[in-house]
Every structure is written in C-alpha cells, then in structure tokens.
Design a protein around this ligand. Structure first.
Ligand SMILES: [Zn+2]
Length: 185
C-alpha cells in the first residue's frame, strides 16, 4: 500500500528538456576550422560540428537545457501491482492533452521541497551523462582529419594530373610549332 490515498494533495517533480540554438563551440560561428597536420602545414576546413549531413556549416548547434518543474496534484486513483504503487494524478500534462498523469510512488511527494529534490537529482544525473556524451563528441576529431587527408590526397592527385597535362600541352605546342615551321620552309 502506498503512502497516499485518493483525494490527497501531492507534488510531482520532473525536469523538462528544452531545445536551444547556441554558437558552435568548435568554430565560434566562423564556420571553418584551422587544422595543423603532421608536416606542420596549416589548412582550413569547413566546421564539421555545426554542419548537418551534407549541408554547409551553420555556426550554431542545437543544445538541450533541462529545467526542473514541480507541480501540485490531487490523487485521483491508484494502481497496486505487487509491492509497487502507481498514482493517477489530476491535471493535463504536456502535449498528450490527457487529463491525468501516472506517477510512480518514488516520484510522488507530500511536499514541494521533496519533489524538487527528486527532480533536481534526476536533472543532475541526466546532465552528467549528457555532458559526457557531448564531451566525447568534442573529442572526436576523426571526421576533421578524414576531411583534411581526403582533400590533400585529391589535391595531390589533381596536381599530378595537371602536371601531366602541362607536359602533354608542352609537347603538343612544340610539335605544332615544329610542323608550322616545317611548312614555312
Ligand atoms: Zn562550427
């Protein structure tokens, strides 16, 4: 049996996640990154952090902020299964538009302070894992390195090609000259 009964006033705490755009933490909105590679040459590449898929960089990234929200409710029903109690609380909740919300025993409190404490610890825990994830993303330079290596290889290949064409043109020019000279004579 749970701590509350139908008609009791309780508090339920949770953290809401909101989306926000903020300046890209890698390129600071400049859209490009300067990368120094093994042979000490410096190259500029489009920022990989703030580009979505094949789109060019935007200079901004989407971030998620967590806000703790505590709301008062009245218990309108309860479900007991085994040793677990789940309360049905009044009030509309979120986009679902339903006129009630289910709240497990461990998330339902008699005071606002307790509910806030619970929601806060949930938020802190969530942010910890979120920050670890974001940090891991920041540390991942593989795609940048890949860009640089790829474009340098392509550039070298194109330069070799260009040289080959120049040589071909050089030969063709002297040949043409030779022919025209030969005709004049
Ligand atoms: Zn960026």
């Amino acid at each position: 049996m749970g701590r509350f009964d139908i008609g009791d006033k309780v508090f339920r705490g949770q953290y809401a996640i909101t989306e926000e755009w903020e300046t890209c933490p890698d390129c600071f909105g400049k859209l490009k990154l300067t990368v120094k590679i093994g042979d000490d040459s410096i190259v500029e590449i489009p920022c990989a952090r703030c580009s979505l898929g094949y789109d060019p960089p935007r200079g901004v990234v989407k971030t998620y902020r967590n806000k703790t929200v505590v709301k008062p409710h009245i218990v309108t029903g309860l479900t007991i299964s085994g040793d677990k109690t789940e309360y049905q609380l009044d009030g509309s909740y979120g986009e679902s538009g339903s006129s009630w919300v289910n709240s497990p025993e461990e998330a339902t409190f008699a005071t606002e302070a307790e509910a806030m404490g619970y929601a806060e610890s949930g938020r802190i825990e969530h942010e910890k894992t979120e920050n670890l994830r974001l940090h891991a993303k920041t540390q991942d330079h593989r795609s940048w390195a890949w860009h640089v290596t790829y474009h340098r290889k392509e550039l070298e290949r194109c330069e070799r090609e260009a040289e080959r064409h120049r040589v071909q043109l050089g030969i063709a020019q002297s040949k043409a000259k030779g022919e025209s000279n030969a005709k004049k004579v």
